[in-house]
Design a protein around this ligand. Structure first.
Ligand code: PBG
Ligand code: ZN
Length: 318
């Protein structure tokens, strides 16, 4: 069965298509701004007009969706920029939905980029620890502001308990019952997020995220996280990072059967880019093989910084 390309293709069990691609984009205020992210070659902080250009390019090649992250001008202790009516993400969403109505626009819902301390929730002054329950209201407010700007899907990435329910309740109350929630359900406290924190300027100013993100050693707990988010009303779930957590991805898809996204995170991208730049690996071949592994493990969608390149390669064919 391996004798010819046509026969190999006929018996091929898994195939990666552009329909499952989601491209992350980093938006910041300005005009004609394309600020390169040093640790992520090919990735930029973009002003809204440039976000539109990148989204247009990706969409024209067949990428159906983008996920937006925002870098505000000012950070504070209550993440005001996260839910500001004219915040950076809200502006970018409005522009994208106006110019590219058929592009699916997803927003990352979190507070870390907007907090002066860089944590994903409200921090207790004395103890220096993130407080779960007081953070829920701000997260829900942030999701609502994205919905009001016209977003298609909200994706909470903070890992607070109960945030899916809080977001669902507020959206339903305000006539956004049709806005789906893609929850970062099993998100691990990972060293693979390093380059992203440079891109999003969201490095915690003290401590780390291990009091709210998952311990990489745990898999049963990941199932409980997913079960909880689904019970609270999540429509789709995510496993993050992807490559080092393919076992989790596989279990989540097997046990729950929901639309499941894998996030091929910044460190995964940077490792391939760095080795390819040295001529040690073939970027295109390694990227495609890696994405296929996520599909094989059970991913319906893959969030990847390579989405535009991948869509182009898929067009070229073999
Ligand atoms: C913020 C957030 C992070 C990522 C997505 N949303 C970083 C973090 O939790 O520190 C990581 C994405 C990547 O590394 O590509 N909550
Ligand atoms: Zn966060």
């Amino acid at each position: 069965m391996r004798q010819s390309p046509v026969l190999r293709r006929m018996v091929q069990q898994n195939r990666f298509t552009a329909d499952s691609l989601i491209l992350p984009l980093f938006a910041r205020f300005g005009k004609k701004l394309r600020q390169p992210v040093g640790s992520m070659p090919g990735v930029f902080q973009l002003s809204p007009d440039e976000v539109l250009k990148e989204a247009e390019k990706a969409h024209a090649l067949g990428v159906p969706a983008v996920i937006l992250f925002g870098i505000p001008d000012k950070k504070d202790e209550k993440a005001s920029g996260a839910y500001a009516t004219n915040g950076i993400v809200q502006q970018a969403v409005k522009l994208l939905k106006k110019e590219l109505p058929n592009l699916l626009v997803i927003t990352d819902v979190c507070l870390c980029e907007y907090m002066s301390h860089g944590h994903c929730g409200i921090v207790h002054k004395g103890r220096g620890q993130v407080q779960n329950d007081p953070s829920l209201q701000l997260l829900a407010r942030t999701a609502l502001s994205h919905a009001e700007a016209g977003v298609d899907i909200v994706a909470p990435s903070d890992m607070m308990d109960g945030r899916v329910a809080a977001i669902r309740t507020l959206l339903d109350d305000r006539n956004y019952a049709d806005t789906p929630i893609l929850s970062y359900a099993a998100k691990f406290a990972s060293a693979y997020y390093g380059p992203f924190r440079e891109a999003a300027e969201s490095t915690p100013q003290f401590g780390d995220r291990r009091s709210y993100q998952m311990d990489p050693a745990n898999s049963d707990e990941a199932m409980r996280e997913v079960a909880m988010d689904l019970q609270e009303g999540a429509d789709m779930v995510m496993v993050k990072p992807a490559l080092a957590y393919l076992d989790i991805l596989h279990r989540v898809k097997e046990e729950f059967g929901y639309p499941t996204a894998a996030y091929a995170v910044s460190g995964e991208y940077s490792m391939i880019k760095a080795a390819a730049a040295k001529g040690w690996i073939d970027e295109r071949a390694v990227t495609m093989e890696t994405l296929l592994s996520m599909k094989r493990a059970g991913a319906d969608m893959v969030i990847t910084y390579s989405a535009t390149d991948v869509a182009g390669w898929l067009r070229e064919g073999r």
